[in-house]
Ligand binder design. Structure first.
Ligand code: ZN
Length: 422
């Protein structure tokens, strides 16, 4: 059978073009071009951690408007092994997703094993702060030193080590269009001295990533160009964030600089816009910026208006599998008994495959019966909801009515928090 042709075009290299930028705002509309196609920005990038958006076909992800997918270097390194993806012709070929792809570096994942904040970063800066959540516990699964991180596989307990060089080698083998530099991700629980130490390490690792990236790009001649984004840390501190953005923004090692930037690390929800604003005012304007692990609707508005171009978050698909869905009226759980005889769509304003073919009553039935189709249909809806919301923000920036669109949406949508990387 002939492979279905999806709509992605291609170019040989990586570029970013700003097409529209409203006055007096950091927000912008642009196009990222990669060897596997273009991304119109701002855009939400759905997460397919292990080279699959759990329970959903790549064709369905394209149909719901997904422009690119983000996988994870840590998970793919452990299983099936990044060499397998290399042999397959890269992530895109391996998973039958012909569009652009991203890989997260694995830094967040190996370090989150160490500090026990699991998959959700702490969002409250007012709670206790001690470095021993990172440094003192013998039971922890990851140990950081100046050279890299040693960690225990969550799959079989085997020991592994990531350094900036290894992360680059793994990400080159995986072959995503956009990769992230290996960084030390801290939490809001760390003290200021520890944040400074981690930032110095991230700076040193960024140079090593650039050097190894350049070496691998030269060595793997004939492969599509892979762009490398530096990751800005610095927690909630203005001076640290601006220093990191200035240092990495201007970093050039032997002619190699970063193609774009990720904003990572501990982000206090209340200060999200302020922190992102400091960073994006300092970084070079003409390079794309990705806000790592942010995907709650109200946070996406803050990211867009403060100059972020792309976003990823595993929340839309993860909560879908627990029956939680986004709607214009807020978030609710389809397994709730009040939906047993509700024969309306999940969201009557939604144009997704699920909402145009199925009812809340049917979804309620699938979740109650633990049918696997529940995950597929709910994920399609949630991913469509978030992808479309950011698409609508992009259109509103072009039309000059972003502020009205934002207040209209948030006036109806009940706030929920969420930050999650997988
Ligand atoms: Zn829908």
């Amino acid at each position: 059978m002939k492979k279905r042709e999806l709509r992605f075009g291609s170019s040989l290299s990586f570029s970013f073009e700003i097409k529209h930028s409203p006055d007096n705002s950091l927000a912008r509309v642009g196009t990222i071009s990669t060897p596997h196609g273009q991304i119109q920005t701002p855009a939400f990038i759905p997460v397919g951690t292990k080279a699959t958006v759990k329970s959903v076909l790549p064709e369905a992800m394209a149909d719901l408007g997904g422009q690119a997918l983000l996988a994870n270097a840590y998970h793919l390194y452990l299983q099936p092994g990044s060499d397998v993806l290399d042999e397959a012709g890269g992530l895109s070929e391996f998973m039958n997703w012909p569009g652009p792809t991203f890989t997260d570096s694995g830094g967040f994942q190996v370090l989150s094993l160490g500090v026990g904040f699991k998959k959700v970063l702490a969002m409250d800066a007012q709670t206790f702060r001690r470095d021993d959540v990172i440094a003192g516990n013998k039971e922890r699964l990851a140990h950081v030193d100046d050279e890299g991180v040693t960690f225990k596989s969550h799959i079989d307990g085997s020991m592994h080590r990531f350094t900036p060089e290894i992360s680059m080698q793994v990400q080159h083998q995986i072959g995503a269009d956009i990769m992230f530099a290996f960084d030390e991700c801290t939490t809001l629980h760390n003290t200021r001295p520890y944040q400074e130490l981690a930032m110095d390490r991230t700076y040193a690792w960024a140079i090593r990533c650039l050097d190894e990236h350049k070496r691998l790009t030269d060595e793997r001649i004939g492969k599509p160009y892979q762009a490398l984004f530096g990751v800005i840390q610095g927690a909630q501190y203005e001076d640290l964030r601006k220093k990191a953005a200035g240092d990495l923004g201007g970093m050039n090692s032997d002619g190699q600089s970063f193609d774009g930037f990720g904003i990572g690390g501990a982000l206090d929800k209340e200060q999200l816009g302020t922190i992102v604003g400091w960073v994006n005012q300092t970084l070079p304007e003409d390079k794309p910026k990705h806000l790592l692990g942010i995907g709650a609707p109200e946070d996406l508005f803050v990211g867009v208006e403060n100059g972020c171009d792309t976003f990823d978050c595993v929340l839309a698909s993860r909560i879908a599998r627990t029956s939680a869905v986004y709607t214009m009226e807020g978030r609710f759980n389809l397994s709730n008994s009040r939906f047993k005889r509700d024969f309306t769509p999940i969201d009557d304003e939604c144009d997704c495959y699920t909402c145009t073919h199925y009812t809340r009553a049917y979804m309620h039935h699938l979740f109650r019966g633990k049918e696997i189709l529940s995950a597929t249909l709910a994920t399609i809806h949630n991913e469509r909801f978030i992808v479309r919301l950011v698409d609508q923000m992009r259109q509103a920036l072009v039309d000059g009515n972003f502020a009205e669109m934002k207040s209209d949406f948030l006036g109806r949508y009940k706030h929920r928090s969420g930050q999650a990387r997988d």
